[in-house]
Ligand binder design. Structure first.
Ligand SMILES: CC(C)(COP(=O)(O)OP(=O)(O)OC[C@H]1O[C@@H](n2cnc3c(N)ncnc32)[C@H](O)[C@@H]1OP(=O)(O)O)[C@@H](O)C(=O)NCCC(=O)NCCS
Length: 183
């Protein structure tokens, strides 16, 4: 399938390409970047290459996945944002990660609104969940700013996570500044 791209005022969400692996590896090996992930140690370049290939495959097999996020002002790869299917629970999760120097500017929330709008508007999903380590307060704050509702602790990925949910009817589709598909 052709993976759509989207633009927000400050970001471009585009398909991952295999050449993204070295830049993504630099981001993921920064201190504390994966502090709240099941495997907090920075991955090897080989693992990141596999991860990128898997993201490309996800779009082809599931029909959606994570986008590579670029900062428009520099064109630099700056993280990921998008939707992931969880086969064990048959849920769709919104996920995100942003390069450390860019934290705290509202950029993840800006990109995640595109992910939710795509999930509800294009894929017509009934609901989307989000999961964070309970102590990952920045991630939980993003979920709150997106209008997601905390449903309590829940076991995912072998960890206890804070689970949030938003349904299609409750999501404000109109409140999003998105430039529309770029291709
Ligand atoms: C989580 C993450 C994606 C947030 O990205 P971001 O671009 O900084 O997010 P935003 O700027 O859109 O929003 C962050 C919010 O959290 C708040 N915040 C940040 N650190 C916080 C803390 N320790 N306690 C409480 N709130 C915090 C910010 O103030 C902001 O809220 P505000 O707009 O009301 O002030 C980023 O920190 C990251 O990539 N972390 C590493 C990867 C990760 O944990 N991903 C999520 C996995 S569930």
């Amino acid at each position: 399938m052709t993976v759509p791209s989207f633009e927000t005022p400050r970001l471009r969400l585009r398909p991952f390409v295999e050449d993204d692996a070295p830049a993504l590896h630099r981001i993921l090996t920064k201190e504390d970047m994966l502090k709240y992930f099941p495997s907090p140690a920075g991955p090897s370049l080989d693992k990141v290459e596999k991860f990128v290939r898997n993201q490309i495959r996800q779009w082809a097999t599931v029909g959606y996945g994570w986008w590579a996020v670029e900062l428009k002002s520099t064109g630099a790869l700056s993280g990921w944002n998008g939707l992931q299917y969880l086969p064990d629970t048959r849920e769709t999760e919104v996920g995100y990660l942003l390069d450390r120097p860019l934290w705290g500017r509202g950029l993840t929330t800006e990109a995640a609104r595109v992910s939710l709008r795509y999930g509800f508007g294009n894929l017509e999903l009934p609901e989307i969940i989000a999961l964070a380590h309970p102590e990952n307060l920045a991630s939980r704050r993003v979920m709150e700013k997106l209008g997601m509702r905390f449903t309590g602790p829940a076991d995912y990925f072998g960890m206890q996570m804070a689970r949030y949910v938003v349904g299609r009817a409750a999501f404000d589709m109109g409140d999003i500044a998105v430039g529309g598909p770029a291709n």
